[in-house]
Design a protein around this ligand. Structure first.
Ligand SMILES: N=c1c2ncn([C@@H]3O[C@H](COP(=O)(O)OP(=O)(O)OP(=O)(O)O)[C@@H](O)[C@H]3O)c2ncn1[C@@H]1O[C@H](COP(=O)(O)O)[C@@H](O)[C@H]1O
Length: 107
């Protein structure tokens, strides 16, 4: 079953493929083209995800969201930011955000 482990496995695969032959690896090809290209691809995938959502096309949205997550992991890897740092930030926000929780704390 797909879980957050899926993202961690994909992160490891991306790290392992980074220095592969760009002719045989899309990850290596992206790295060879540099951070600007990786960032540009992430932006394109974000736009395509938004378009699929607004088009009410569920299958396209699932596919574009997968492309978006994949390219986000490539960008994070290129910036040497482990996925666990992002997950930890989300965990931290879980503890401090939420309108009801804030109101309860302030009352
Ligand atoms: N999850 C993915 C994944 N999702 C999307 N893509 C690629 O992302 C690209 C997006 O398509 P585009 O048309 O936007 O890009 P493009 O035309 O190939 O490139 P541009 O010249 O337009 O920049 C496609 O080539 C897809 O194959 C992925 N490529 C690889 N992975 C994972 O990464 C692993 C390692 O891949 P390799 O590096 O290729 O071994 C694979 O085993 C997969 O698990």
């Amino acid at each position: 079953m797909a879980t957050s482990d899926t993202l961690q496995r994909l992160e490891a695969t991306i790290a392992a493929r980074r220095n592969a032959d760009p002719d045989n690896s899309y990850v290596a090809k992206l790295h060879a083209r540099g951070l600007n290209k990786i960032a540009q691809k992430l932006g394109e995938e974000a736009t395509e995800t938004v378009i699929a959502a607004l088009a009410e096309d569920r299958a396209a949205l699932v596919g574009e969201a997968a492309d978006l997550l994949f390219h986000l992991l490539v960008l994070l890897g290129a910036k040497d930011i482990p996925l666990t740092d992002v997950l930890a930030e989300l965990d931290r926000r879980e503890g401090v955000s939420g309108i009801a929780e804030k109101a309860a704390r302030n009352s």
